[in-house]
Design a protein around this ligand. Structure first.
Ligand code: FAD
Length: 411
């Protein structure tokens, strides 16, 4: 017999969407349980970017100063190289936000910070090593999830279940929500190389015929992403590690003296890229947000931002009704109506870049003549504010409208 617990809202997945939503709901006085299948937040690289809009939310929540005390790097501009052509892609210094930079911070630090804040509220419960395997479906509605824990099976009964379990969402599959596949032409190999005094400080994106290389300054090391054509990992392996090291050295000359640090394939984590979205984000008693509702391409590095924005909108719309115990379909529809447009528009822009730039570069057939848009960005610095706004703030930015029960009770 499975053990059973009751909660008002069960959030499946402790990624950026799930942890931000759990924190906001607990802060607003909702009894909420977040379940996360891993034992901690340390795992393969999933994006380390905290955007100006997320930092703005932190300010609205009164936690920005503490957050910025955590070790991080600040990127005020994003630079790139296309063949031999160098350019600045985005300039965040003119954004109408408190922080005019993207903060680069390991995602586990961000998630641990949110967990620590959320645990200060009595309604918050975080169950690690708890993996949702199925939904509790009464026929009339979803009434929670079935999960595996180290102590055996657990039923978590909830008024509302929210799938924040990412691109390979179990929740959306169990709910049989229809997925529209959009697809991506690439996968990414992640690894790290040491960073030495005198190395450049900036984030770099290098486009070479056949591959794209990204290097993110992480203080004492470089987080490196090597973008390959989808499904071509076997070919990379076949060419061998020395050839891979040569490619990396050729992508960023400053790293040539340390590519030998890549001693074995298991230092390199392949990440499959998916781009898709749900037709309907909800069923009675169930909602999906973040990558579970719309898996984002890494293009522009905006998926975490969208996941966080989804969480804020969800809390704004649902915290009050959840506190009083009733959430009907019309409220769930309002969440989708609020967030579907930004997700669709962002995916459309990502697919445009995938089709018009990435496919050509990865195909290796490109003559590496820089696209007109890159030349314009180089000639007219003002134009760099447009990608900065799209990446740094995004479409339809959200603001925290939920109360803080701690403040309310002492006021
Ligand atoms: C290669 C690559 C690089 C990227 N780089 C960036 C970047 O630099 N910046 C950026 O903004 N975005 C980036 N993205 C996109 C970003 O990773 C996602 O959009 C974002 O993480 C989505 O957040 P989420 O909370 O919805 O889902 P996720 O971050 O995927 O979190 C889902 C969580 O649910 C947990 N989980 C899954 N299944 C279960 C289950 N059954 N039970 C319990 N828990 C479960 C997982 O362990 C995970 O913790 C990148 C994506 C890829 C593929």
């Amino acid at each position: 017999m499975a053990k059973s617990i009751d909660t008002r809202c069960c959030i499946v997945g402790g990624g950026p969407a799930g942890m931000m939503l759990g924190y906001l709901l607990a802060r607003a006085g909702v009894d909420v349980t977040v379940i996360e299948k891993h034992g901690d937040f340390f795992r393969d690289f999933r994006g380390d970017t905290i955007h100006p809009s997320t930092l703005e939310l932190m300010h609205e929540l009164g936690i920005l100063d503490d957050f910025l005390k955590l070790p991080h790097q600040q990127a005020r501009q994003l630079h790139g190289q296309y063949g031999d052509f160098t350019f600045t892609l985005a300039d965040f210094s003119h954004l109408p936000t408190r922080c005019k930079f993207v903060a680069f911070m390991p995602q586990w630090d961000f998630l641990n910070f949110l967990a620590d804040r959320a645990k200060r509220y009595p309604g918050f419960r975080l169950l690690m090593q708890t993996e949702a395997t199925d939904l509790i479906d009464t026929g009339a509605a979803i009434a929670g999830v079935r999960a595996n824990t180290p102590d055996g099976p657990l039923d978590i009964r909830a008024v509302l279940t929210i799938g924040c379990d990412g691109r390979h969402s179990t929740v959306r599959a169990s709910a049989r929500l229809r997925v529209e596949e959009i697809g991506a032409p690439m996968d990414v190999l992640w690894f790290s190389l040491s960073r030495k005094p005198g190395d450049p400080a900036d984030v770099m994106g290098v486009f070479k015929a056949g591959h794209i290389f990204i290097a993110i300054n992480r203080g004492d090391y470089w987080q490196c992403g090597y973008v390959i054509p989808k499904g071509s990992i076997d070919q990379v392996h076949l060419r061998g590690l020395p050839a891979f090291r040569t490619d990396v050295a050729g992508s960023m000359a400053v790293l040539a003296d340390r590519v030998d640090e890549i001693a074995a394939w298991d230092q390199i984590k392949p990440l499959t890229v998916a781009v898709d979205r749900l037709e309907s984000w909800y069923r009675r008693g169930l909602l999906c947000i973040g990558d579970a509702a719309h898996a984002m391409s890494p293009v522009g590095g905006v998926g975490i931002n969208l996941a966080v924005q989804d969480a804020v909108a969800t809390a704004n719309i649902l915290a009050g009704p959840l506190r009083s115990g009733a959430v009907d379909d019309s409220l769930l529809r309002r969440v989708q109506e609020r967030r579907e447009f930004p997700a669709r528009m962002t995916q459309r822009a990502q697919v445009m870049v995938q089709n018009n730039v990435i496919t050509g570069v990865l195909g290796g057939k490109s003559d590496m003549k820089p696209p007109l848009v890159l030349k314009l960005l180089k000639c007219f610095p003002m134009l760099r504010r447009i990608p900065a706004r799209l990446v740094g703030i995004g479409i339809r930015p959200e603001h925290v409208r939920t109360p803080d029960v701690a403040t309310a009770s002492t006021a």
